[in-house]
Design a protein around this ligand. Structure first.
Ligand code: ZN
Ligand code: ZN
Length: 86
């Protein structure tokens, strides 16, 4: 009988796999859901976006490294992002 995760209903053949999977769940419990998917293209830091920017199109500057990016957001999701070089 395989191991079954109660949270997401995935099944696992071994206890090791199952335990590793459960740890994934626990690691994500403490994190806030990453709804604003924009991360800096240069340093990888999440770039905070306000609710007003859920449908934003234009330039965003990373507050960590100063990298400027041209982004396009739709419903809070990044549909386009490119580093600008000026
Ligand atoms: Zn699971
Ligand atoms: Zn950055």
């Amino acid at each position: 009988m395989p191991f079954r995760c109660a949270s997401c209903n995935l099944t696992f053949e071994s206890a090791e796999e199952f335990m590793a999977h459960k740890q994934n769940h626990q690691a994500s419990v403490d994190k806030k859901p990453d709804t604003s998917g924009l991360t800096c293209l240069k340093c990888g830091t999440p770039v905070p976006l306000s609710a007003a920017q859920a449908n934003y199109r234009g330039a965003i500057t990373c507050i960590t490294c100063g990298q400027r990016m041209q982004v396009r957001m739709e419903d809070g999701e990044v549909v386009f992002a490119v580093a600008s070089r000026d």
